[in-house]
Design a protein around this ligand. Structure first.
Ligand code: FES
Length: 102
């Protein structure tokens, strides 16, 4: 069964910013691309890299370790070496707080 968890206040996440946090065992990435908020897995599917330390562009987030770019709408890697998509989570904003469905 899924539940909505609070990630952060939207004012903490200006456009172009990344934010990572842990909830229970889950590690989640929040990203703001041109005002659209995305939530995916925080850890790259290729190896153990924290994507919140990567680079955000209109194409998605670029892994800091081997530079695969993940589309944040569907989680799919756009280039090797990563081949497995990130899990994408539903997001909602309520009273300036960002919530993720896990
Ligand atoms: S760890 Fe992310 S592409 Fe290798």
């Amino acid at each position: 069964m899924s539940e909505w968890i609070k990630a952060c206040n939207s004012k903490q996440l200006p456009e172009g910013d990344l934010f990572g946090f842990t909830y229970d065992e889950k590690k989640i990435l929040i990203a703001n691309i041109k005002g659209k908020i995305h939530a995916t897995d925080l850890i790259c599917t290729h190896a153990d890299a924290d994507l919140s330390t990567g680079f955000l562009s209109d194409e998605g987030v670029r892994c800091p370790l081997h530079l695969s770019v993940f589309n944040l709408d569907n989680g799919c890697p756009q280039n090797l070496p990563a081949e497995t998509p990130l899990t994408v989570y539903n997001v909602k904003i309520d009273a300036d707080e960002i919530y993720v469905e896990v």
